[in-house]
Design a binder for this molecule. Structure first.
Ligand SMILES: [Zn+2]
Length: 237
């Protein structure tokens, strides 16, 4: 392996879990990860739906018998509503990544509120689910402020970020798979991305699931991760 990649790997594996613990202290109203004393992790996918990645991911998740969470954009849902129905039929959770892929910090609050409600309604309509069950929101780029988190909560949404996010569109597949496998602990909230270049996300997911299942992890949705974290008081470790 090239020295630069060794450096990237050392940096990510050694320090990211500590960084997440610090963010959890600063933003306790945001979900960063679940119960560290469990063997449950949540696998999530941002930026879709996508005409190639979503069907391929649904096939890989079905192969492994895994329920995941898709974090989607309203404007893409409008173009591919059949993928919302397919993901819902397979039992996956649907959450909101925004109507368009733009930092929430530069959106006017009233416009942002309307776009989130619109995206919630689109996901509900095409999945056949109650909109009141589609409340988790992951802001694009993870851009967050205390005011934004408070606003989301006041509007009835649950802010979610993540604890593991490999930049897999820039890295060789093996490095991303190894990073996720090594960094994952009980309660890890993993995000991978649809729509991006680089190794196909369904192939990465296939490899990651094989390795994490070998390590004894099982998989839950964000709603379950959040409920169990609340029930255990966060189980800070
Ligand atoms: Zn995104």
């Amino acid at each position: 392996m090239k020295p630069l990649l060794q450096l990237v790997e050392a940096y990510t594996v050694a320090s990211l879990n500590d960084a997440v613990r610090e963010l959890e202290r600063q933003f306790p109203e945001v979900l960063w990860s679940g119960d560290r004393n469990s063997n449950q992790v949540a696998l999530t996918f941002d930026d879709g739906p996508h005409e190639r990645d979503t069907p391929a991911l649904l096939a890989v998740l079905a192969k492994h018998g895994v329920i995941a969470t898709f974090s989607w954009l309203g404007e893409r849902v409008e173009q591919m509503p059949e993928l919302v129905a397919a993901a819902a039929a397979a039992g996956h959770q649907l959450m909101i990544h925004g109507y368009r892929h733009r930092s929430f910090l530069v959106e006017h609050p009233e416009a942002l509120h309307a776009m989130l409600d619109q995206t919630q309604e689109l996901l509900a309509r095409h999945s056949g689910r109650d909109p009141a069950t589609i409340t988790c929101v992951r802001p694009p780029y993870g851009h967050l402020s205390r005011a934004l988190a408070r606003r989301l909560l006041n509007w009835g949404y649950q802010p979610v970020i993540c604890s593991i996010m490999p930049v897999h569109w820039l890295l060789p597949a093996e490095l991303s798979v190894r990073q996720v496998t090594q960094q994952t602990e009980g309660g890890s909230l993993i995000v991978l991305h649809e729509t991006l270049p680089g190794p196909p996300v369904a192939d990465l997911t296939d490899q990651i699931l094989t390795r994490l299942t070998d390590r004894g992890f099982s998989y839950v949705t964000i709603d379950t991760l959040r409920a169990e974290r609340a029930a255990t008081g966060g189980a800070r470790g």
